[in-house]
Every structure is written in C-alpha cells, then in structure tokens.
Write a protein that binds this ligand. Structure first.
Ligand code: F6R
Length: 359
C-alpha cells in the first residue's frame, strides 16, 4: 500500500533511513559487531578472489561492493554483468567465491551464471530481497536485504540495502583477517550516520524537486560524472534518469570525458558532478569547469567537508567508503521528479518489467 504517496518510488526512497537502521539491527550485535555465520565467513576467507555478479542496478551496487571488499579485506574483487559473464566467463582464480546481487532473486541472466558456478562446484552467496527466490535457493548462502517489498520498477532501497550489507560483510571479513581498515571501520556508527544523512536529504526534497524542474525537464540528455566510487554511483544515477524519465543520460569517469565524449556537450547540457572523495575532488571540479567552458549547465552533489560556495546539493559527511549511500539519494529524487513533471507513470516505465526472467 502506498498510503498517501502518489507513487511507490517516492515511498521507497523515503524508506531508506529505516532500511539502514533495520540492517544494523539484523546484522550487528549489541556491541556493533557484524553477525555473519562462521560458515559463510570461513568459506569467504578461503577465497583468493571475489566475483560479484548482477544486472542493472544490482550490478551497480556490485561496483561499490568492489571498493568495500578491496579496501577492507585486501581480496581482489571483480564485478561482472551477469548476461556477459554467462557466455564469456572470465578466467577464474584458484579459489573463487561468488556473490550474486539480485533484488528479486529471479533474474534469468544472473541465474544462468549461478547454474554454471554450481556446475563448477564453487560456493556462492546470494544477497536478495526475496526469501526462497530461485537465486537464494540455488546458492550456498543467502543474506536477505530486509528492505520490504520493492514495487516500483526503478530500484532504490534495494541498491542502498545491497551496499549496506556489502559494507557489513566486508567489515566482518576484514576483521576476521586482522585488516586494519576493517578494524577501524565502525560500521554501526556509519550506518547510523547514513540513516540520519539520508533523512536529512529526503527532508529537503523540495529543493531537489525545484532543481529537477529547472534543469532536467526540457533536456534531451544529461551527464553524471565522477571518479572512483563517485563514478560507480554516476552509472546508477544515469540509469535512474534514463529508465523513468526517458532522458538520455550517461554516467562517466570524469577524467575520460575529454577523450571524446566532451564533444557532446552543448549550450545548456546538464552535467552533474558527484564529489565525495577528497583525493579526486579537485580533479572532478576541473573536469566540470572544462564542460562549463563548452556551455554545460553544471550542478554539484558534494560531501559537506568538500563543499564550496555555490555547490548545489550538500551531503552530510560519512566515511568515504559509505558516500554512495548518500550521494545516490538526490539522483533518485532528480529522476523521480523529472518523471513526475513529465506526467509519466513513475512506477511503471515503458518497456520494463520489475523482474526480468528471460535472458
Ligand atoms: C533498475 C532496475 C534493474 C534491476 C535489474 C536486476 O532500476 O531495477 O536494472 O536492477 O533488472 O534486477 P534484480 O536485482 O532483481 O536481479
């Protein structure tokens, strides 16, 4: 039931602070330590490489997961689009461990990979929102997203829930291996900051609604740019805008723009910079300037500690590895309001189904 909400998508965006709190309750002990089964941890500890597999938004959550696992566990982590992995399997390491990300647990492309993984005798974990779904039944282990039903076709709270679980899992695994980054990472504190941070952003949605109206309503195209983890989020931000508001959008590594794509920038083209990482903030800002010099209409989504006068959307500060949980939220709202203002059916965009059960 969507209650007083006009669309499920907005309700699901607003639910994200609660989802973060619920995950902390479900997966952390009273002292804030991850509660993950020994069996799963031991199985992952033996792995020399993690392979994350998913489609669409789940693939994008995997891209963030790679940064979490590599930073906290020092285990090389690859992220793959399931429909590609299924027929062009990469050369596997000696002891691979597979993580399937799937909100529905029914995505045929991902299942095709899992069938091959099982045939190879490898262990796997499915992170899904749906208990007893196909991918959950067929994988060795399951962790549930506890996000509540996601009805809108455009995935929002499943993406943030997937990232939060990846953070908890990376912390558990890194700590079990005495990795200093994991030991220092206070996951409970961070999830608390994230919950309050998302709340602060959704409480200010009027501002984002106005921005969507002034900058996205009449544009045929738009670019999200960023580096590192911000680039990963820019891909998800662009997908949201494409699928529900039909604006042709690209998520781009900001340093790569000048190697060709900058030719697409015209007077008024919206270019949104995601800036949450100290070491690349200045570079992304210069890349934004380069597009502005070609007429782009630039906007910024910036962590508070990196903010400058004139920035458009300021995000409360959290650990740099957790920033996707905040930076994605304004982009979800930009997509939502652009779709709404165009009079489109936000929850049921054309040509799309909630769960894709064909390859
Ligand atoms: C985008 C979206 C899709 C799904 C993709 C995978 O908003 O919803 O890109 O993320 O079809 O679905 P799951 O996660 O159910 O495997």
């Amino acid at each position: 039931d969507k209650g007083t909400y006009p669309f499920y998508m907005l309700k699901e965006i607003d639910e994200q602070p609660n989802v973060m709190r619920r995950l902390a309750q479900v997966y952390l002990s009273e002292t804030g330590e991850p509660v993950i089964s020994d069996k799963l941890l031991n199985s992952m500890k033996q792995a020399d490489r993690i392979y994350i597999v998913g489609a669409g938004t789940s693939y994008h959550a995997g891209l963030v997961g790679k940064r979490l696992f590599e930073n906290m566990t020092q285990t090389p982590t690859e992220v793959h689009i399931s429909s590609e992995f299924a027929y062009e399997q990469p050369i596997l390491s000696k002891k691979p461990f597979f993580i399937f990300l799937s909100q529905s647990g029914e995505t045929a492309d991902s299942r095709e990979v899992l069938v091959n993984v099982n045939a190879g005798g490898y262990e796997s974990l499915t992170i899904t929102n749906v208990q007893n779904s196909t991918l959950s039944r067929e994988a060795t282990y399951t962790l549930l997203l506890h996000a509540g039903p996601e009805i809108a076709v455009a995935s929002t709270k499943a993406y943030t829930a997937q990232i939060a679980i990846e953070a908890i899992l990376a912390k558990a695994l890194g700590e079990a291996d005495n990795q200093i980054v994991a030991q220092r990472f206070d996951v409970r504190h961070q999830l608390g900051l994230v919950a309050t941070g998302i709340q602060a952003i959704v409480d200010e949605k009027k501002k984002i609604e106005d921005l969507a109206k002034s900058s996205f309503l009449n544009t045929p195209n738009a670019f999200y740019i960023g580096r590192g983890i911000d680039w990963s989020v820019s891909l998800e931000a662009a997908l949201k805008l494409k699928e529900i508001s039909y604006v042709q959008a690209e998520g781009f590594a900001s340093g790569e723009l000048k190697h060709g794509t900058i030719a697409l920038i015209e007077k008024g083209t919206p270019v949104i910079g995601l800036i949450t990482q100290e070491k690349t903030a200045g570079l992304t800002r210069s890349n934004l300037q380069e597009t502005m010099a070609r007429g782009a209409h630039i906007l910024t989504i910036v962590s508070e500690s990196l903010a400058k006068p004139g920035d458009d959307i300021i995000l409360p500060d959290v650990d740099e590895l957790m920033t996707p949980l905040l930076s994605v939220v304004p982009t979800q709202l930009i997509a939502y309001y652009t779709s709404l203002n165009k009079g489109l059916d936000v929850d049921k965009p054309r040509n799309l189904a909630k769960s894709v059960t064909v390859e």
